[in-house]
Design a protein around this ligand. Sequence first.
Ligand code: ZN
Ligand code: ZN
Length: 270
Amino acid sequence: MESVDMKSPCVKCSKGCGITTCNGCQQAYCIDHFNQHRQELAIEVESLDQKHDLFRNNLDRKFTEHPLLLQINQWQQDAVNTIQMIAETARTLLRKLLDQTKNEIEKSIKNLADELRSSRECDDYTEIDIKKWTGQLRMLRKTIESPPTILITENETLVMPLISVHNQASTFATENFANHTATVENSTHPSERFDQIVGKAITSEECRVITCNTWFVSYPTIYGSGRYSSGAHRLDYQIEKIGNSPIFFGITSSLESVRDNDENATSIHG
Ligand SMILES: [Zn+2]
Ligand SMILES: [Zn+2]
């Protein structure tokens, strides 16, 4: 706060003299209206804080209830449904075949029992009949004990789309957030390229173009490939697209180790 010319009236009431100026808006206020101005700012900050909280909650929800997660869930459900349907169809068919075999055996047993009973009642059986019945019984036992004639084959191909997740980092960056794109252009050193990257950035066109996503909290540091020990050198960069954070161009010693957050480095010039 600084005192102002006594002639400057308060911007709010024009009656009292502005005795103080707000450093932010450069307006003069009387003491009452200055306090009121401060309160208005406090309300604004409070509302910003609430908006921030809201954004934070939305962010959490957006990432935990991501539509792609729902897509994977749906795929899983569809796949499970398909497999359950195939298994149920196979079970139904197998039950039908097993019942059919069981019915045939039961029918044969009943026929044999009927024949035995009637022969005993008539008392007209001979060794030939006994031999025949023994043979029939052996055959039935063999039918039960022998391995089943039903087979399960697994050679049919199940046509089901398989899914996988890919990170299309460059597309993601281009479509959703403001980027910086810089290109090495017409320099006196045509071999100059973007070289080592600390942080998140993508090179393209044989390392002549660099794109970095300014959405990420930490800024990437991108080093050029050339090393220059003396003389004047011209390196031209064309900024094709500028994001909403500053770009810094500078030179540093190649003896300095590559590091993150070079804005704090003492030996960088630019
Ligand atoms: Zn102000
Ligand atoms: Zn006033």
